[in-house]
Design a binder for this molecule. Sequence first.
Ligand SMILES: Cc1ncc(COP(=O)(O)O)c(C=O)c1O
Length: 359
Amino acid sequence: MQRVYNFSAGPSMLPLPVLEKAQKELVCYGETGMSVMEMSHRSKPFEEIIFGAEELLRELMGIDDNYEVLFLQGGASTQFAAIPLNFFKNKKADYVITGQWAKKASQEAARYGEVNIVASSADKTFNYIPDLDKSKFSKDADYFYITYNNTIYGTRYTSVPDTGDVPLIADISSNIMSEVMDVSKFAMLYAGAQKNIGPAGLTVCIIRKDLLGHASDICPTMLNYEIHAKNRSLYNTPPAYSIYISKLVYEWIKEMGGVSEIQKLNEEKAGLLYDFLDNSSLFKGTVVAKDRSLMNIPFVTDSEEINAKFIKEATANGFVNLKGHRTVGGMRASIYNAMPVEGVKKLVEFMKKFETENK
Ligand SMILES: Cc1ncc(COP(=O)(O)O)c(C=O)c1O
């Protein structure tokens, strides 16, 4: 069977060279005579994988030595609880609600302390990033929390909020390594792997070292970032195979010229689709232009019937997983790093043809 263009929001496409390399090494990794899946996480070959992955990630994202890089389990959603459990001292945090993931994170934090909602874009189904009024920030907040790219609604921050001395934490699950980010502006960045860097099961957490050491008494050992940091993500069995695949993805990104080159390709891909949507008489984007995501592009027609027909015909033509999230409706094309420019060009061609036939 031929591979399709997979526009899934996650888990999503991985680069073909990564899958092919993994296929080659699946049964015997290097000279070990075994699969990475069968390998002790305390073995030398696996140490080379996990420490090599960390080194590459640090290099590609420009992560300084004053940050820990952790490879954890539990998905991004586990961090919604781990963050307050590790960082609450005054038991107070500021959250910006730009969609369901930020809302879920804030609800989890509210179980352990006071949550101040600084701003929200719920009034317009989260189709924009709200302006931030500094007078609403809490000076004694333990941290300030944002979701940098909103997978469901297709918005993203285009500048980093200035939170002064209050540590800034961002969920970058759907935009990690898709654009250059200045890590030093954040106290913590974290991402579930299953969109841009590998299979589900791995969560990457990048945490400034001075934040560690204040976990609350009720913080479970497995959620305690300091414990994972002290053990270099080997406190218990880490998501070994997902870490291995993510290392192959980092190697691929490096070969592609690094994150800045990947960003150029992502801008080209998103530009192709947004240009088409802006000029189409059938389709339109749902997001305020200035806040549009490079990764997730929701769009609609005026008719539910046409939306359904489009999704059906697109699927039959090898453009799959284009159905929008149920809270937005219509369609959504997720075009993460692994989606080739050619995939977006072909999708746009297909949309043009569909438009002509369905006017
Ligand atoms: C921005 C964002 N945060 C968090 C999550 C939840 O991730 P997980 O399923 O790894 O818990 C998702 C999942 O799609 C997401 O897009």
